[in-house]
Design a binder for this molecule. Structure first.
Ligand code: NAD
Ligand code: UGA
Length: 489
């Protein structure tokens, strides 16, 4: 029979572990949720009001469960005492990072499970009671068998561990909304009485705020594969649209119109069809490469090639965008000043992992340009770290890259403005009450004054809109030459 879980431990205080635990604690006031991480700085930040990650509305949810308020006893804790939290827990959520392997067999393709392995070993060493172990991290298929094998080898005899797969589908920038109103919760388990009881116990935690009809209990391995499949299909839509955007530019068609019309078909739907300079983020690329690697290890090379082509188109899109900039600017960027607006991989996040901006900025620098970056949320140090880490010309980067605290400073004397993130404040389609004064303050109230930008730039004034956030007509009236993705003339 399923037991009510009273103590949850979440290992990994990142983009998934932090928000998921905060929502679970808020919605289950009788359950104590402890988030642990060996990264002391991250844990300390989670205890303050300067959280280590930015997500709209996240601070409210965290404060609600973490800080004592009238009649509510805090039930959300952050700690570096990994062993202590494991020992006390009934159920452990594994939310550690699973990046692409950087060395050895499968380097550049397979998922690196060393963090997961080390967390599971710790559980084996420390546990003195039965536990449910939940894979929240995105893992290759059959990772649950690895987890079981490590526990069998390391844990004290007589203890029972049930392993569940419960992948996370939140997207950054909308994490709280996605967690509060999920399309579905997947819980994969073994089809044994104990496995099903464990799945039921986890389902009960979610049922505090998610309708039971949306909580799907399935086979363990289907659940692991469904997560990789979902990301691969989402990314496939973007690459398909980006491939079409290249055709639109030559044909005189408009990709936004094409996407809109295609998306009206209810079987296709309107989401994830926005053409862009290429998708970024820590997961799409890594999960597709992982899926392709699994296909290859199953001796299915054609299947592996199919999935890899999605990443191939994404790389092509970034290169194509750079080439267009070079071509428009008279085939040379030597000593030109280019303002890059936006560095995060999408709006409403400060995350820069795998952002297309890394490739584009490096390409522009390699073409001889001086690149002046502004992003409303990304810290200056992050921009430097990301660009330097992926450059083999570090000294050149140091001479040609600069990061500015406002869009206007970045645009001063610029030959072109290049939009790489769809921040609302760059768009002239969204009217807002304020003016973009730079970082800080209320971001939602800021709008870039494009006429002021016009007064700052060199002539001719090019704008390369890598996110199609601009309505070109009013800008063209101001004298801008607007180059959008997938819009032929
Ligand atoms: P992250 O890097 O932000 O956080 C992972 C945390 O785990 C880090 O703080 C790290 O210090 C900690 N950690 C690693 N090994 C540990 C150990 N042995 N003990 C204690 N702490 C340890 O990663 P993330 O973005 O939260 O992603 C976590 C997983 O969730 C990945 O598998 C990812 O694919 C998946 N996922 C991420 C998202 C997303 O939007 N970021 C969405 C869905 C799924
Ligand atoms: C994605 C998935 O959407 C989540 O469901 C999943 O849980 C998560 O990966 C994960 O496994 O980590 P995320 O990467 O945070 O979430 O954000 P998305 O909104 O999917 O955007 C990914 C990238 O694609 C961004 O660079 C975005 O700008 C780009 N994108 C998105 C497009 O270029 N066009 C679109 O139509 C949508």
């Amino acid at each position: 029979t399923p037991q009510r879980m009273k103590k949850v431990c979440c290992i990994g205080a990142g983009y998934v572990g932090g928000p998921t635990s905060a929502v679970m604690a808020t919605k289950n006031p009788d359950v104590s949720v402890t988030v642990v991480d060996y990264n002391k700085d991250r844990i300390e930040a989670w205890k303050t009001n300067e959280l280590p990650i930015y997500e709209p509305d996240l601070l409210d949810v965290v404060q609600h469960a973490r800080d004592p308020v009238a009649k509510r006893i805090p039930n959300l804790f952050f700690s570096t005492d990994v062993e202590g939290a494991i020992a006390e827990a009934d159920i452990i959520l594994l939310s550690v990072n699973t990046p692409t392997k950087s060395m050895g067999h499968g380097a550049g393709q397979a998922s690196e499970l060393c963090h997961l392995e080390s967390a599971v070993r710790r559980i084996g060493e420390v546990a003195t009671s039965d536990k449910i172990i939940v894979e929240k991290s995105t893992v290759p298929c059959k990772a649950a068998e690895t987890v079981r094998d490590i526990l069998n080898a390391t844990a004290k005899p007589g203890l029972n561990f049930e392993i569940l797969s419960n992948p996370e589908f939140l997207a950054e920038g909308t994490a709280v909304r996605n967690l509060l109103h999920p399309d579905r919760i997947l819980i994969g388990s073994l089809n044994t009485p104990r496995g099903l009881a464990a799945a039921r116990s986890l389902a009960d935690l979610y049922a505090s705020w998610v309708d039971r009809s949306r909580i799907i209990t399935i086979n363990l391995y289907s659940s692991e594969l469904a997560k990789l499949a979902a990301n691969a299909l989402l990314a496939q839509r973007i690459s398909s649209v980006n491939a079409l955007s290249a055709m639109c530019e030559s044909l005189g068609a408009d990709i936004d119109e094409v996407s809109h019309c295609v998306g009206l078909d209810q079987r296709i739907g309107p989401k994830m069809l926005k053409a862009s300079v290429g998708f970024g983020g820590s997961c799409f690329r890594k999960d597709i490469l992982s899926l392709a690697y699994i296909a290859e290890s199953l001796h299915l090379p054609q299947v592996a090639d199919y999935w890899r082509s999605i990443v191939g188109i994404n790389e092509y899109q970034k290169e194509r965008f750079t080439r267009r900039i070079v071509k428009c600017l008279y085939s040379s960027l030597s000593s030109k000043r280019l303002a890059v607006l936006g560095f995060a991989y999408k709006k409403d996040t400060g995350d820069t992992r795998e952002t297309s901006a890394i490739t584009v900025v490096n390409n522009l620098i390699n073409e001889g340009a001086n690149v002046r970056v502004y992003d409303p949320l990304v810290e200056e140090d992050r921009v430097w770290e990301e660009v330097l880490a992926s450059s083999d010309r570090r000294e050149t980067v140091k001479q040609r890259l600069s990061v500015w605290p406002s869009a206007y400073e970045a645009c001063a004397d610029a030959d072109a403005v290049i939009i790489l993130t769809e921040w609302d404040e760059f768009s002239n389609k969204i009217s807002g009450p304020g003016d973009a004064r730079g970082r800080g303050g209320d971001r939602t109230k800021r709008v870039l004054d494009w006429s002021r930008v016009a007064g700052l730039m060199q002539k001719p004034m090019y704008v390369f809109d890598g996110r199609n956030v601009l309505d070109a007509a009013p800008l063209e009236k101001m004298g801008f030459r607007v180059e959008s993705i997938g819009k032929g003339v």
